[in-house]
Design a protein around this ligand. Sequence first.
Ligand code: NAD
Ligand code: MG
Length: 411
Amino acid sequence: MTGITILGATGTIGINTLNVLKQHRDEFEVIALTAYHQVPRLLEQCLEWQPHYAVMVDPNAATQLAQALTAARCPVQVLSGKEGLTQVATLPEVKMVMAAIVGSAGLLPTLAAATAGKRVLLANKEALVMSGQLFMDAVQQQGAELLPIDSEHNAIFQCLPMTFQQTPGLEQIGVNQIWLTASGGPFRTYSPEQLQHVTPEQACAHPKWKMGRKISVDSATMMNKGLEVIEACWLFAARSNQIQVVLHPQSIIHSLVEYIDGSMLAQLGNPDMRTPIACALAWPKRMTSGVARLNLLEVARLEFEPIELAKFPCLKLAYEAMAAGGTTTAILNAANEVAVQSFLENRLAFTAIPKVIDQTLSHIPGRIATHLETILEDDAQAREFAQQIVDRLNHPSFSSPYQGGVGNGGP
Ligand code: NAD
Ligand code: MG
């Protein structure tokens, strides 16, 4: 039995992971499940999986969960706070850690899992975007395994030679470039005028994937693809100019690797996260995932379109941040998290998201990112500055071009 901790068990990726594990109960033992504060869902998961530990970051939620588990005579040890996350990510009986917390909150436990030499199944792309070099060094020095869950990166991982992790770079194995596919999100065909008026509900209605709210907004702004470009650079030791993005509205090809002999290898499948999850859990073997087989005759056509960077400023900002290096990508990520949260709370227009990020990047200079403290300091500074921009835009006396005339201002 392989012991596994699922960080972010109550989210979309966490639930999909448990769905795959359910099909392979004899091979995996769930050691710990974590969530921020969703008591009913984590309670239900604990009753079904009987893990050794459950972590609720919110202390009140932890007390409620512990009481409910005691009442149900379910012997799960409940931990609370951020320290609990790190504790269950590093337990000796845990061989694999599914890193599926959303956003920067996932950084410390995910990094701790890598430092403890675990197999890290990485969904939490923000952790790698924030700490790139530090994270990859921890993986290498501690002999951890890093397997991508993001569908594009999992596709690339499958299209690279199995020995890739031991090679120093893409050139050495004859790779010309990597192609990330992008569905284009729900607003692919919208005009700039239409974009000014989109709501959180519209942004969260992705045409192909069912995902958490933050990544859904990131997909709509294309920041998700930007974060994925940065993620790919670190995972595959690539320069940003070796990563291309192409629009592929059907989301059947999950990404491609182009070799110098003219070959392009692609991974295809129905858009269902259980495929990359099963791939990473079983690697280097294969196991069933519950995903419907892809019927090529039903798909019939695969379409591709070029990406216009001018239409997706967030993607452009991400490329620029990666080229700048150091803590710049952590600053980009922090400003994006603040802007997206403000948009989800109806305090910022959709079209103002890239402007908040751009201004934050212009205001806070990136630094060399060899220490975690530096990264966390710049993350905090960027959050504070981005929040000030949002607050300023929301001030009643401020008539902002960023709000695009949308009456979504604050108090
Ligand atoms: P989600 O919002 O559905 O779930 C997030 C999980 O993180 C929940 O369990 C929540 O309780 C937990 N969480 C939230 N804030 C927390 C905090 N401050 N501290 C501790 N835990 C916290 O998100 P999701 O769609 O499952 O995405 C999770 C991660 O996987 C993201 O980084 C996302 O970019 C990545 N990802 C998701 C998909 C997808 O299809 N959903 C695909 C690729 C990558
Ligand atoms: Mg993805």
